[in-house]
Design a protein around this ligand. Structure first.
Ligand code: GH3
Ligand code: MG
Ligand code: MG
Ligand code: MG
Length: 320
């Protein structure tokens, strides 16, 4: 799982059916970042798919898929919609420029162009893109651990519950709480406590082997995993791996029965086999007929109840 705060070197994509234009642009932009190019719209989509760039330079007129078609595809794709696209075209009519900007182009440059001006405009778009990326990170990621925050958790859980309801597939939520963490802070200090939370976040990431799984900090010393397409047995397997990964950290904790820091885990799941919430509150019996929001809340509430039961039963365990 890549670290969500990573931001590598700038990457640019040049799309033009004329190779000499590609060469001139590539030379003008060489100092800005790594450059890939496509000679058709279809190739551009393939390169976008491989690795989304930071900025796209787009020829308007190309045989087959036009620059407008590429732009339309980008704006409709959740992973591409924020990527600025600069039109570079020999058709500099007012109608053309108006249309390009109306369709969501970030900028419009006429051919022939001055290489230094193209480079300056690309730099401007790059700066804006970086600022937007940063804002998205700040609003979606927990600052201490670098994993998803509560806002991202809520959005993801709603989306996955909707998918589960529509396709009638299982979904599980795992709620983790660090055992006797107040006493850990009291004994070893808050700085050491913060380090533990970071280590737990890494252990959570290592416990998932599916890209669709989400690892989030729910708040304080509580973490959540959303596991799409996972039934109770599958979620219990993830919980066991997670507890083993935490045990492996061997973090000394004098208040713990084992002498090492432990965690408790509660699991909530909706299983298509039974069409019932596992140990759900009685008023949440039919997830396929209730609203997605109610489903998401029930999933969290069920995991929370199981977590409470794990604490009551003596901690350092997972309960479904
Ligand atoms: P239990 O086993 O029942 O969960 O006991 P506990 O002590 O872990 O639970 P309690 O809810 O009493 O205490 C949670 C502690 O977590 C108290 C709070 O100071 C600490 N905590 C919450 N967020 C952070 C944080 O960001 N950093 C640090 N160092 N501590 C935190
Ligand atoms: Mg062309
Ligand atoms: Mg707690
Ligand atoms: Mg705790």
């Amino acid at each position: 799982m890549p670290h969500l705060l990573d931001s590598g070197p700038a990457s640019l994509l040049i799309v033009d059916d004329d190779i000499t234009v590609v060469q001139v642009l590539a030379k003008a932009l060489a100092g800005i970042g790594s450059i890939r190019y496509a000679l058709s719209g279809a190739d551009a989509l393939r390169l976008l798919e491989q690795e989304p760039p930071d900025v796209v330079l787009l020829d308007a007129h190309m045989p087959g898929m036009s620059g407008f078609d590429v732009l339309g595809a980008m704006r409709a794709h959740p992973q591409w919609e924020d990527i600025p696209a600069i039109f570079v075209t020999s058709d500099t009519s007012q109608g053309m420029e108006e249309e390009g900007l109306a369709q969501g182009a970030a900028d419009f440059i006429g051919k022939p162009f001055h290489p230094a001006i193209v480079a300056a405009r690309v730099r401007t778009q790059l700066r804006l893109k970086r600022a937007l990326d940063r804002l998205r990170q700040l609003s979606s990621i927990d600052a201490l651990t670098g994993i998803a925050n509560r806002r991202t958790l809520d959005e993801t859980l709603l989306r996955e519950c909707k998918r589960s309801q529509r396709s009638r597939t299982a979904i599980a939520v795992l709620m983790l709480d660090v055992d006797h963490f107040k006493r850990f802070n009291d004994t070893y200090g808050h700085g050491a406590g913060d380090d533990v939370l970071v280590q737990i976040a890494r252990a959570l990431e290592r416990s998932s082997n599916r890209p669709a799984d989400l690892v989030a900090r729910y708040g304080g010393e509580e973490f959540t995993m959303v596991l799409p397409d996972t039934d109770g047995d599958g979620a219990m397997a993830v919980a066991s791996t997670l507890m083993a990964n935490v045990a492996q950290l061997k973090i000394p904790h004098s208040a713990s029965a084992t002498g090492f820091l432990t965690v408790s885990i509660g699991i909530g799941c909706f299983d298509k086999a039974s069409d019932h919430w596992h140990q759900a509150p009685s008023d949440f019996r039919e997830p396929s007929t209730t609203s997605t929001l109610v489903c998401a809340k029930a999933l969290l509430a069920t995991a929370d109840q199981a977590l409470y039961a794990a604490k009551q039963a003596g901690r350092a365990r997972a309960i479904l």
